[in-house]
Design a protein around this ligand. Structure first.
Ligand code: NAD
Ligand code: ZN
Length: 246
């Protein structure tokens, strides 16, 4: 493992353009449960029942109660961890150009990262399904569920449910970055949600080195990833930074 960390540090330092692809696993150490993997929400809920747009439209009250209201409490309290801070530091020192994140928790930005593509939107805002007005989630009261806009329309999180399109700008920019980078740092994603996971494959087929950080093997391990660093995201990031002298 030490040798792998040294290699990752060297490769990041030598790369011309490094892009990160992150998933729910990077926020686990901030107290936000992932979907899949150990302790994931899906040990308790059926994903298609709660995270699909059709379920939301069919029964918004149920989805608000079990997914959105639960997430709001957790995300409101969460603070960036060493992985988020480390990526912000890599950007600040010119060693990371952009982050493509599948997370909707805003923790990369809270840690100070500037160029963050929110591939699945954001939970920081709610959108009225009638008049399209945006309201910060922190200002939404949960006294009535589902919550309503002043126009009477129902609010929905400004994130991408299963069955919905990825915002076009996020998709195109992510593809460009994945094609152009020469190192992609993939952290805390099970790499099974498409089209996010394909960003790693695009990077690889465009000639980039793909380095993975995860607790477990993923479909990228041994195939798309040139090498995988197994361990907690924050600790692994700290070891890479130390090795880079940052
Ligand atoms: P996922 O839940 O499918 O997978 C999480 C991955 O993180 C697993 O591979 C797991 O082994 C790994 N992991 C768990 N703890 C880790 C740790 N401490 N260090 C390193 N790795 C760790 O996540 P996904 O691939 O991002 O897909 C889930 C979808 O759900 C995403 O599209 C995302 O939009 C959404 N989601 C977001 C949040 C969030 O914003 N924090 C939380 C849950 C789900
Ligand atoms: Zn409205």
């Amino acid at each position: 493992m030490d040798e792998m960390i040294q290699k990752a540090a060297r490769d990041i330092k030598n790369a011309r353009s490094v892009v990160a692809l992150t998933g729910a696993g990077v926020s686990v150490e901030s107290g936000i449960p992932p979907f899949r993997g150990k302790g994931g929400l899906w040990e308790k809920f059926d994903p298609m029942e709660i995270a699909h747009i059709d379920s939301f439209l069919a029964n918004p009250e149920k989805v608000w109660r079990i997914l959105v209201a639960e997430m709001k409490g957790i995300i409101d309290k969460a603070k960036p961890n060493d992985l988020h801070k480390g990526m912000a530091k890599l950007e600040e020192t010119g060693n990371l150009s952009s982050i493509i994140t599948q997370n909707v928790d805003g923790l990369h930005q809270a840690a100070g990262s500037k160029d963050v593509i929110e591939f699945h939107g954001t939970f920081a805002m709610q959108r009225c399904m009638e008049c399209n007005k945006s309201i910060p989630t922190s200002e939404v009261s949960l006294e009535v569920i589902p919550p309503r806009c002043s126009c009477g329309g129902m609010l929905r999180p400004d994130c991408v449910f299963f069955g919905e399109m990825i915002p076009t700008d996020a998709l195109w920019r992510s593809r460009d970055l994945s094609e152009q980078c020469d190192l992609m740092l993939v952290a805390g994603t099970s790499a099974v949600v498409e089209p996010a996971a394909s960003m790693a494959r695009i990077a690889k087929s465009s000639g980039a080195v793909v380095v993975e950080i995860n607790m477990e093997r993923t479909p990228l391990t041994g195939r798309v990833a040139d090498y995988s660093l197994f361990g907690g995201a924050g600790m692994t990031m700290n070891r890479i930074l130390a090795e880079m002298g940052l």
